[in-house]
Design a protein around this ligand. Sequence first.
Ligand code: SF4
Length: 313
Amino acid sequence: MGALFRRRLVVRHHRTAEELTAVARRVLREKFRAAGMGVTGVNVASAESGTLVVVENEGNGRMALTLPRIHVALMGIEKLVARDDELAPMLEILPRSATGQTLTSYVSLVSGPRRPGEADGPDEVHVVLLDNGRSRVLADPAIREALYCLRCGACLNACPVYRKVGGHAYGYPYSGPIGAVLAPGLLGIAQVPDLPFASTLCGACRDVCPVRIDIPRLLLTWRARATALGSASASERLLVRAWQRLASSAALYRLLAPVARVGAAALARVPALTRLAPPLAAWKRARRLPAPAPASFHERWRARQRSDGSHAA
Ligand code: SF4
């Protein structure tokens, strides 16, 4: 980081976090001060008074909306609440679910350009309301609850898939569980048919969401729509049908489960075998296939019942 700062900002080499922070602060403040226009997002806004609320911990938002002569605020239409007294509950929920804070370090309420006699603020404030597919989501009763989202990020932190693959894997600015249900609504499911399948449906996202969006239900809705569009390949459909047949027959399941276990154990133990199985080969390039447990759940269950029975006798 010290080398990057020295190269890009033409400053002497600094090593400690404190020194680097001081440099960033000095250089960036000057940039904010010299900018003709500051652009920010909006966390929530009131239609009653036109007040825009921006919450953050870094202070860059406040500088962008106070130092330049023009402030442009970009907000999705779902960020609008009807009345001023609805802002306070939002401010209570958002920081707690986002960063675990009672309140963020900076909370800015903007209700227009600087007035005569005021020391800070821009001469002009422009608000850009973005639709970009949101009206379409609102018009769809099966998925409109996705628009309740405050972008707190709690569902991302709780999601075991997101925690493993990270945000870039979703290929869209809104990532994680809420991204997987919002992106199909904003872009159309035909554009992102795989996204709703990027989930284990464990329900951790729904449990942690402060506005109780039923994300697993929305994921299933999108999966059904993607499947109806024919997004699954022929081999995938064949596999699912085979699994359906197997899982709905106890006798068949009992017959084939030990065979599958031997096969999975061989794949786990002999890495060369995966080269013979093309879908597994790509998957296994960056992962280790776990070996199955030595005894299945059914076998352990039966053994336990036998031992409970012999103790009781
Ligand atoms: S869906 Fe819920 S938990 Fe996830 S970002 Fe939106 S408000 Fe937060």
